[in-house]
Design a binder for this molecule. Structure first.
Ligand code: ADP
Ligand code: ASP
Ligand code: MG
Length: 454
């Protein structure tokens, strides 16, 4: 059983007064900070903030200097700051590519040793940049601040954080710079938390330190109604509920790693997504229900990483689903959507989707099952995408599915599979329709803003 992150407490051992609030409309900049008219009118409250800067935000020396300026600005305003950073953009992929040149199936342990180096470069560079600005800063790898994980290389889960070292530095007035994405297991092996895992490091640090807010700085202004790179009319949301954010992340919106949202929900970490490149208040992930302007739909998520497999003409009898999906599960392949057709002539067809990287493996297993069951044929398609509407408002609005299917039909887009839950509707379509479908749905549900939002 996973050990929980220790009971949160502030470094100074005192609970933050409940009336404390953050000053979000004041964006600190470095050096001669421009006079901020709001500073004199709002109460300045000291607080502990965990900030995370993603790959693009630290993608060059200039960007690292920009981050250092922002961090120093927050510090000058009296806040305690812990910074979690990702590898410089492209670095993790480059490292994975190097391993790929050596081996088709590199050792998971050595992969984690390799890919965790990206973040180590950034923590050192950011600390140096802070020193250049006269700020006291210290960098730490995940292992050095005892981010204890289970031993599942490349997808490890955080079990505990010993924050004593971080607290001591904070007390001494230092900025603490922690490498995202990595930890160590009980045996001291380096582990990593899965792609996008620095988000989870940041939220876990914020939970362990009882931070007043966890700020995820990225290359867009916040969470949008859909990926602004696909739909330039996407609108930034001021707030989104945890439930919706979790669903958006699970359904493919990679703006936050799923586990970071789960963690934030579980430990009630105030979480905000905002841009490191532009000013703005970003998007608050809110614990309150129904905060999204009473809208039916909060946003549209999509996942390109899907593939579909169908086995036709299997005996329509009890246990057939188990016989088909059992071997898939035993091969550690996750199944997402499942459809079993109504049987005809004592046989039935069965379709399911898997993550695209598991496609070949799943196809091999399914072909074997088809032989054993005497099935008629196996069909496979790795050029599909899943597009989902997400919104807690769906609970109180009927007819969303029909509206969705109508909008897709008007564009001549064929729906291959459908799945629904209380707060989402997902469809599988041919990947060539991705952009058209997202834009059509965005417009049909009134999510469009004016000109470009990105
Ligand atoms: P980082 O390197 O900062 O962690 P990511 O690339 O992981 O950044 O996440 C930010 C990206 O998430 C954006 O550039 C955007 O393309 C994508 N994205 C997908 N869905 C959304 C959404 N609904 N709102 C905002 N960004 C989204
Ligand atoms: N560097 C890791 C990745 O590219 C972790 C992260 O950026 O959050 O996935
Ligand atoms: Mg990310």
């Amino acid at each position: 059983m996973a050990v929980e992150v220790p009971d949160a407490h502030r470094p100074d051992g005192e609970a933050l007064s409940s009336g404390a609030s953050m000053v979000f409309n004041v964006y600190p900049s470095c050096g001669s900070r421009p006079a901020c008219p709001r500073l004199s009118t709002v109460q300045r409250v000291m607080s502990l903030i965990v900030q995370k800067y993603g790959g693009t935000s630290v993608g060059s020396i200039e960007r690292i200097q920009n981050v250092a300026c922002k961090v120093k600005g927050w510090k000058e305003q009296g806040h305690d700051v812990v910074v979690v950073v990702s590898a410089m953009s492209g670095e993790t992929n480059r490292l994975i590519g190097l391993a790929g040149q050596l081996s088709k199936s590199p050792s998971p342990r050595e992969m984690d040793v390799l890919v965790s180096t990206g973040e180590q470069v950034t923590i050192a560079l950011l600390s140096m940049a802070l020193h250049e600005l006269g700020a006291d800063a210290r960098s730490y790898t995940g292992g050095q601040v005892h981010i204890l994980t289970d031993g599942a290389h490349s997808k490890a889960r955080i079990m505990d954080i010993d924050h004593a070292r971080v607290c001591a530095d904070i007390k001494a007035g230092r900025v603490v710079v922690v490498a995202g994405f990595q930890g160590v297991d009980q045996a001291g092996n380096i582990t990593t938390l899965g792609r996008g895992g620095s988000d989870t490091t940041a939220v876990a640090m914020a939970a362990a330190l009882n931070a007043d807010e966890c700020q995820i700085y990225t290359d867009v202004g916040g969470v949008y109604t859909t990926d602004p790179r696909i739909e330039p009319k996407a609108r930034k949301l001021d707030r989104i509920t945890f439930e919706e954010m979790l669903e958006m992340a699970s359904l493919g919106s990679k703006v936050l790693q799923i586990r970071s949202v789960e963690f934030a929900g579980k430990y009630k970490v105030p979480l905000r997504v905002l841009s490191s490149l532009e000013e703005g208040e970003g998007t608050l992930i809110s614990l309150e229900e129904g905060s999204v302007e009473e809208a039916k739909i909060a946003g549209i998520a999509f996942n390109r990483d899907e593939a579909k497999l169908t086995i036709r003409g299997v005996p329509d009898e009890p246990g057939v689903a188990y016989k088909i999906l059992g071997p898939i599960g035993e091969s550690n392949i996750e199944v997402d959507m499942i459809v079993q057709n109504i049987g005809k002539d004592q046989t039935t067809d069965f379709t399911f989707t898997v993550n695209r990287p598991d496609f070949e493996k799943a196809l091999k297993v399914l072909k074997e099952t088809a032989r054993e069951l005497g099935a008629r044929e196996v069909e496979a398609d790795d050029s599909i995408v899943k597009i989902s509407l997400v919104g807690v408002g769906m609970r109180s609005h009927a007819g969303i599915a029909a509206q969705m299917f109508g909008a897709l039909a008007r564009e001549g887009i064929n729906i291959q599979m459908i799945s629904t839950s209380e707060i989402k509707i997902s469809v599988v379509v041919d990947e060539k329709y991705l952009e058209l479908a997202v834009r059509a749905l965005h417009q049909a549900f009134g999510l469009d803003s004016g000109p470009s939002a990105a």
